[in-house]
Design a protein around this ligand. Structure first.
Ligand code: AMP
Length: 230
């Protein structure tokens, strides 16, 4: 849905943070609590890959190597998604923006109505991130997530819920994880400076139990509510 200027009406809540910081987990829970859409660009690309679309074909090779899909492709995909009616109020962006060019494009898409997006950076120490990512396994049937190092299933390699064989995402393999970190440092970390001085930028300690982080985020978002509209 667009207003007269062609920009979206809703308030964007952006989850930043390196791979493995827990953005996806928190974004999903917060979206459920607030009853707003959770837009994960990684999920959108995985869906395109699974459906074998042209975009999926272009993204696939890049994703498997741990690189970033070109800005124009990502931005066009997000621009079209946030015009939908369900983004007229708040919506959560998980994994976008990932470069300064994407952040500038988001500012343009949001337009003058808001003071910019609410930005939450989840901060987690490097070695912890590597453990979280390389240890991550998921159930292809029910979607349950485990970690062989931090939260193993009762029986190795098997889902506690439905006994399906657990799988590892290709981009969670160690060499790919290191590449994703390199991409994060070079292209996404500069966003901390880009957003850092803004009143709606919040840094949150991501190295705590997930429920504690969720509570902090809920409190923050209530605080941001009053400040968001310009
Ligand atoms: P994620 O699930 O968010 O870690 O995303 C998985 C992969 O999708 C990333 O490693 C990138 O290859 C690609 N991707 C997702 N979001 C973006 C983005 N905003 N810009 C560029 N590439 C992206």
């Amino acid at each position: 849905m667009s207003d007269d200027s062609g920009t979206t009406k809703g308030r964007a809540i952006v989850f930043l943070g390196p791979p493995g910081a827990g953005k996806g987990t928190q974004a999903k829970v917060i979206a459920e609590r607030l009853g707003v859409p959770h837009l994960s660009t990684g999920d959108m690309f995985r869906d395109h890959v699974a459906r074998g679309t042209e975009l999926g074909r272009q993204a696939r090779a890049i994703m498997e190597k741990g690189g970033l899909v070109p800005d124009e492709l990502v931005t066009a995909m997000v621009a079209s998604r946030i015009q939908a009616d369900d983004c007229r109020a708040d919506y959560i962006l998980d994994g976008f923006p990932r470069t300064v060019a994407q952040a500038k494009a988001l500012d343009d898409l949001i337009g003058g109505r808001w003071e910019g997006p609410v930005v939450i950076d989840l901060a987690v120490e490097y070695n912890k991130l590597i453990q979280r990512l390389t240890g991550r396994r998921s159930c292809p049937q029910c979607g349950a997530i485990y970690n062989v190092l931090l939260k193993p299933p009762a029986r190795e390699g098997v889902c506690d819920i439905d006994a399906a064989t657990l799988i590892q995402r290709k981009d969670d393999e160690e060499t790919v994880v290191r590449e994703r970190m390199v991409a994060y440092d070079a292209q996404t970390r500069p966003l901390l400076e880009f957003y850092g001085g803004r009143p709606l930028f919040f840094e949150v300690d991501g190295d705590r139990p997930p429920e504690q982080i969720t509570n902090t985020l809920c409190r923050l978002l209530v605080r941001a509510e009053g400040r968001a509209e310009s």
